[in-house]
Design a protein around this ligand. Structure first.
Ligand code: ZN
Length: 189
């Protein structure tokens, strides 16, 4: 990951331009970037590559963390490698889909199989995730096919992605993201 070296003095987070903050916050959906947290309150701007080590104020070097997770990182609970993985996931997901895609995927992951049944309109919300092989869809029928509904589930690939993301495993994350879109037979326990 190429970083611009700057010779300027360490800056306070408060001095970051509003535009920069908005880009970073939008990228994380105004939530803490730690996948097991996703807190929406009072987000800090964390320099992935520390300012004291020459890290820039570019959005590519910033990640939104809630104060608790920010403190946990500086205490060493979260590793730098995990921060890289979480940032990579946000960048990839927001560019490939939109800022809400990651929360939709997390929601699907939290649902029991066939819990979410939607109409044709509702299916559109998951269209991009389905097209990318991260979610799967099965047609259901009600009232002798008078109403057609669809069960949306997270796919095996989607589960792998969420797992790698939560673990902060960049290598695995890259492998899942770049892997082929699985067909129906790829669903495995
Ligand atoms: Zn957090």
């Amino acid at each position: 990951m190429a970083k611009k070296k700057t010779k300027s003095k360490p800056r306070e987070r408060e001095n970051l331009p509003l535009k920069t903050r908005l880009i970073v916050l939008t990228e994380s959906g105004y939530r803490c970037a730690v996948p097991t947290c996703r807190n929406i309150l009072a987000l800090d701007m964390h320099h992935i590559w520390e300012v004291s080590a020459g890290g820039s104020d570019d959005p590519s070097n910033l990640i939104a963390l809630c104060p608790t997770c920010h403190a946990l990182y500086h205490r060493g609970t979260y590793k730098q490698e995990s921060i890289y993985a979480w940032k990579a996931m946000l960048v990839a997901i927001t560019r490939a889909f939109d800022v809400e895609a990651i929360d939709r995927l997390l929601f699907l992951e939290s649902c029991k199989k066939d819990f979410l049944v939607v109409s044709g309109d509702g299916l559109l919300w998951f269209g991009r995730l389905i097209a990318a092989g991260l979610a799967s869809v099965d047609q259901k029928s009600n009232n002798n096919w008078q109403i057609v509904t669809y069960a949306v589930n997270i796919s095996y690939k989607g589960c792998q992605l969420i797992e790698a993301w939560k673990q902060g495993d960049r290598t695995r994350l890259r492998k899942v993201m770049s892997g082929p879109v699985p067909g129906g037979s790829a669903i495995s326990p």
